[in-house]
Write a protein that binds this ligand. Structure first.
Ligand code: C5J
Length: 220
């Protein structure tokens, strides 16, 4: 399949491509949750839910693999280094009580994926303690088992976990297409620049396109 993308056409093969949906978790996206409590405008992330739901439906209909990730930690925080734990507002840190349970702790309501994009049986969920989907996870092993060499990357946030994952993936030899309407940042400027950075210099980390062109290609 060939997708019209920046900086040029992105070519992928159905048999070796996975959709990656990064951290579409309640803690980041729900009004009244952790993300909003830090003063962020969650509508900037929530606008990705509808196009992402349509993309996931088309991807499922095509019978191709979907990998969801969730950022979070063990309840004893043994996998959260001080360099990460000590960031943010003092009363709103990872592990503190939030509106939807302990913030970014595995098993809590807020740590899980928003209702609209819940994984279905057979879809892989990678729980990651870091920003990137490869650090301290079995992501690479999962992709190798599936014979995946290309990733269509979506989720939040564009400049943090999406960028880190795309950089990690690119260093490991995966071709990455990032879908602009299916990734979100709390900050419009970071969204614009984050996407520009991926496609700059001849596609230094990957390619950028929109989901309707991928959905159309899946349905051909
Ligand atoms: C952040 C993420 N921003 N999923 N996480 O802490 O981008």
């Amino acid at each position: 399949m060939i997708i019209d993308a920046a900086p040029g056409p992105f070519t992928f093969d159905r048999d070796s491509t996975a959709l990656v949906v990064i951290d579409m978790q309640r803690d980041f996206l729900l009004p009244g949750g952790f993300g909003e409590s830090l003063g962020n405008d969650v509508s900037q992330l929530r606008r990705t839910i509808e196009p992402l739901a349509a993309l996931i439906a088309a991807w499922r209909a095509a019978g191709l693999p979907i990998i969801h990730t969730r950022e979070g930690h063990k309840s004893d925080l043994s996998d959260c280094p001080p360099a990460k734990l000590n960031r943010g507002k003092p009363s709103m840190r990872i592990g503190d009580p939030g509106a939807f349970g302990r913030i970014l702790i595995r098993g809590e309501y807020g740590h899980d994926i928003v209702d609209e994009l819940q994984p279905i049986d057979g879809e892989i969920v990678v729980d990651k303690p870091g920003k990137g989907a490869f650090y301290a996870t079995d992501m690479q092993e999962v992709l190798e088992k599936l014979g995946i060499t290309s990733l269509v990357v979506t989720g939040v946030t564009t400049e943090v976990c999406v960028h880190t994952t795309v950089r990690e993936a690119n260093d490991r030899g995966y071709e990455c297409l990032v879908l602009a309407d299916c990734v979100g940042s709390y900050f419009p400027e970071f969204q614009r620049v984050g996407l520009a950075m991926i496609a700059a210099q001849g596609g230094i980390f990957g390619w950028v396109a929109d989901s309707p062109s991928v959905i159309a290609a899946l349905q051909e």
